[in-house]
Design a protein around this ligand. Structure first.
Ligand code: CUA
Length: 171
């Protein structure tokens, strides 16, 4: 079969674009640990405020040094407003919404999930740099969407081997 030169160029260019997209997908997934959550857990959104876990949101340090952060999202705030976790340990976030769809993005990190009413969103990450991080809602949720934020403070905890050279890593 005779294929015209220009036809060949376009075919190879199209193939190249596909390979480029797949490579960037792979790089995001493996290199930057940007992955969709695989956790499925349901909750009645109307019972969130009286729920044993989500009615008392906050940070728990587990026996192995890891942290669990329970967050309640609603129009137009997150509870707790200030989250303190140790540096360098696995931190599992568990989130749910008491009303509409919200977002939960820890700016400058790979911590980012949708918070959908009726579901518990969960992801685990860790923070290598101590400091203060902004948490924003990145799903439009109503008139107060732009003020919906919270603060994450990553501390030089007892669980993290605080080498001098590495500390003070506030971006
Ligand atoms: Cu909550 Cu936007």
């Amino acid at each position: 079969m005779k294929v015209d030169l220009y036809e060949k160029i376009w075919m190879w260019a199209a193939l190249g674009i596909v390979v480029l997209f797949l490579a960037s997908l792979g790089f995001s997934y493996i290199g930057r640990a940007i992955q969709p959550p695989s956790h499925v857990e349901m909750i009645d959104p109307e019972a969130v405020r009286t729920d044993e876990e989500f009615g008392n949101p906050g940070v728990t340090i587990n026996a192995d040094g890891s942290a669990t952060v329970v967050v309640q999202a609603f129009m137009f705030a997150f509870l707790p407003q200030e989250i303190r976790v140790p540096r360098g340990v696995p931190v599992t976030f568990r989130l749910t919404s008491a009303d509409v769809i919200h977002g939960f993005q820890i700016v400058g990190t790979n911590g980012n999930t949708m918070v959908v009413p009726g579901y518990v969103s969960q992801f685990t990450t860790s923070f290598s740099r101590a400091g203060e991080y902004l948490i924003v809602c990145n799903e439009y949720c109503g008139l107060g969407h732009h003020v919906m934020s919270a603060k994450l403070i990553v501390e030089e905890g007892a669980g993290s081997a605080g080498s001098v050279g590495e500390s003070g890593g506030v971006r």
